[in-house]
Design a protein around this ligand. Sequence first.
Ligand SMILES: O=P(O)(O)OC[C@@]1(O)O[C@H](CO)[C@@H](O)[C@@H]1O
Ligand SMILES: [Mn+2]
Length: 390
Amino acid sequence: MIGFISKLKNEIATNKTLKPMRLFKNSNNDAEEWNKYLIKRTEIEGETPLWFNTLWLYCECYMYRILAQELVLTNCIKTYDPFKQSKQNAFTNSLSSIEILCSYVIDVIYNKRNLSIMETKEEFMKFIKFDLWGNQCDLSLSAGADVGHATHPIQILKLLDEDILVNNSEFVWNLLRKPDKNNINIVDIILDNAGYELFTDFCLAAFLIAIKFADKIRFYPKLYPWYISDATINDIHWTIEYMKNAPNKCLQKFADLIENYLNNNIWTIEIEPYWTGPYDLLGMKEHDPKLHAKLSEAKLVIFKGDLNYRKLVDDINWEYTTTFKKALRGFEPTPILAIRTVKSDVCVGLLPGVAEKIFKEDEYWMWSGKYGLIQITTAGNCQCLMNETN
Ligand SMILES: O=P(O)(O)OC[C@@]1(O)O[C@H](CO)[C@@H](O)[C@@H]1O
Ligand SMILES: [Mn+2]
């Protein structure tokens, strides 16, 4: 593996071609699909894709996928996750924020059962924001260097409101509070990072169940180690186990609640290879119609994070004022909610002049994760509600 990695690093640094992945006998994973995609890109580009010349989204995903493939091909480290320790550190580095948030969640779920509708709405808006800012912690942006959440997650919330460039939480509230046509209200969460962000996903999911906005939450982790910090099923189980054995009573209580949800299929963990495949999300209907149909059963699908956003809008440098719905180009198995801090240079749904104004203040704003988006397809052309919940 070390030999493979140094060769790969050299090929990247010297702008060599991307190579087909090695397959193994009776392979039943999607490496062949990746190889087909390489042929397709070769046709489109008129030559074999080169590391510096091909699409960033494609070659970056390919890098993680070929690394996973080489690991799978070994005899003794097939299931080794090279990023496991970094992900676990990302969680423990954020413990003080996690404990504060956890006692808040436990209080809302167990002690505040009789909230008025307005109070519930206020909490709803907060839980979405906790989940948004959780996305600031990713190990890909920091190139693997330690990350953690260190500020007080509740006190800081109001101060961060001006950094939410689009906040469609009101539309999300209106969608979820209406009873579904089906009897069972499903919310799907396409997860992003393990560590603090995954914990905020748990908080939002538990809150949605507590206020009966969802009967079932389906979590979708990554099948392979991905973008350093993305959550795999092992990371989910490790997180719950850690919480269960932590000295903090709130963490233990929350872990019990989560286990109860999982044992009763109120929460499920769904393994789908599509998220680590070569296609953007518009391609799902053609390449994985079953998954597309599955998502359409949900009342809402939440896509967490920057990479999912890039896949939603196909990493196209849309005008910043293009509507979110338009940038999705027809991918809408059900209403789609993107909760993402801006860490790469794609962004849609802004009011005219907003992007230009921020560029004047900070030319690197699109790479920093300072700004957030809460964007839903049902907002249609009203995507520009700025901080409507303030
Ligand atoms: O999807 P996430 O975890 O929010 O962000 C992943 C990320 O840091 O990785 C890429 C750079 O390697 C960018 O797309 C993005 O900034
Ligand atoms: Mn990630």
